[in-house]
Design a protein around this ligand. Structure first.
Ligand SMILES: Cc1cc2nc3c(=O)[nH]c(=O)nc-3n(C[C@H](O)[C@H](O)[C@H](O)COP(=O)(O)O)c2cc1C
Length: 381
């Protein structure tokens, strides 16, 4: 199977499964506990039907949107994800380049493997910094300051990861940073020599956003210890209100699920929220973000930009969320499997397919631009 044979998410996922060691595939693919929310995310989108309009003169389609003051050529952005150079040596560089090529936003994770400064210098497309809240308030301030100096536009605070999710696939394989593979997982590494060769012949893995605090050799701190010892589970609305004020630019909470919290986010001055259950990787049993969308848009859609992620792998999925009132949709696993399968050409192919599907889908919906979509175009199953 080759990249040119990948026509959709399932194909990218299959190519990634063939090319990367099982432990790495499972880290990308897995959810928490019984992975119910992970499955629900996709099922919820499928359970909503589109009702197209006809004869609307759709010769030209404009897919652009403005979110949190950022003009994007596509209504999808590449959501921040950890450890991208573990999946493929192109890592964040591929993600940023693909985002720039398609004129959209990308995020760099706190657990990213390329520095947000390097990414900012490489591209001018909007960039967000995915941030975790540390016990050490001085450290939070210093990290925000370095993001500001780098020229990052949007601060995105992840609020659904106050503690790590129970990812049983990772427990079985031994996946973690530092990585302590179980014997079975080691055998699988031996069966994927190309990945191993790439890993050994490319720049050493590092976490530049955190390099003063987390050491990948395990001499200072593992990622799970970083979560349990350095992040502050006591984080509350007052803490975040102070961060929003200090940042001064567009600030976004990622991982909001309730309309009550969405209202509070608006009260403290957030420019946006992302409805997200972290791809079902944190609290299993949560409702699908797509199912919460209408309620949250109705509660705060006139006060801040509501985005959504979780289970979006097709242009028609995105059109459903936009019709419901989302301002943009975050992609996660969709581009990660493409990255793991084929690096930058993989992510670019995934984005090109998404763009094609969006243009075709909008035409078939009778919509010339995102503003033409509304809940009139949706019906539950
Ligand atoms: C492998 C992987 C790593 C992720 N790492 C992060 C992260 O470091 N920070 C974060 O806020 N979200 C992270 N996410 C969540 C994504 O940003 C996004 O919310 C989610 O993937 C969307 O769901 P989807 O994968 O079903 O599209 C990660 C997701 C995956 C699959």
């Amino acid at each position: 199977m080759r990249l040119t044979e990948c026509h959709n998410f399932k194909d990218f996922r299959e190519l990634a499964r063939r090319r990367v060691p099982g432990a790495i595939f499972d880290y990308i693919d897995g959810g928490a506990d019984d992975e119910v929310s992970k499955r629900r995310n996709a099922a919820a989108i499928e359970a909503c039907d589109l009702v197209p309009n006809i004869l609307r003169g759709v010769g030209q389609v404009d897919l652009s949107v403005t979110v949190m003051g950022q003009k994007l050529a596509l209504p999808v952005y590449l959501s921040p994800t950890a450890l991208q150079r573990v999946f493929h040596p192109d890592g964040e560089r591929a993600t940023g380049a693909a985002a720039a090529k398609f004129g959209t936003m990308f995020g760099v994770s706190s657990l990213g493997t390329v520095s947000l400064g390097e990414m900012r210098r490489a591209h001018s497309t909007p960039q967000c910094y995915q941030f975790y809240f540390h016990r050490d308030r001085g450290l939070n301030r210093a990290m925000m300051q370095s993001a500001r100096e780098a020229g990052v536009e949007v601060m995105m605070l992840t609020v659904d990861s106050i503690t790590g999710g129970n990812r049983e696939r990772d427990k079985r394989s031994g996946f973690g940073i530092p990585f302590r593979p179980k014997v079975g997982a080691l055998l699988d590494f031996a069966l994927k020599p190309l990945w191993g060769l790439n890993y050994l012949t490319h720049e050493r893995l590092s976490l530049p956003q955190l390099d003063a605090h987390v050491n990948l050799g395990g001499t200072t701190m593992s990622i799970s210890r970083y979560f349990s010892e350095m992040l502050d589970p006591g984080m509350n609305w007052d803490d975040v209100a102070a961060m929003v004020a200090e940042w001064g630019g567009p600030f976004c909470l990622k991982g909001v699920m309730s309309s009550q919290d969405a209202r509070r986010a608006a009260d403290i001055g957030c420019a946006g929220i992302v409805l997200s259950n972290h791809s079902g990787r944190q609290l299993d049993g949560t409702r699908a973000p797509f199912d919460q969308l209408a309620e949250v848009v109705d509660a705060v859609g006139d006060r801040l930009d509501v985005m959504v992620d979780g289970g979006f792998t097709r242009g028609n999925h995105v059109i459903k969320a936009l019709s419901m009132g989302a301002k943009a949709v975050g992609l996660g696993s969709y581009y990660l499997f493409a990255l793991a399968a084929a690096g930058q050409p993989g992510v670019e192919r995934a984005m090109a397919l998404m763009q094609d599907e969006l243009v075709r889908g909008m035409k078939l919906m009778g919509a010339r631009n995102v503003a033409d979509l509304s809940r009139e175009n949706l019906r539950p199953h």
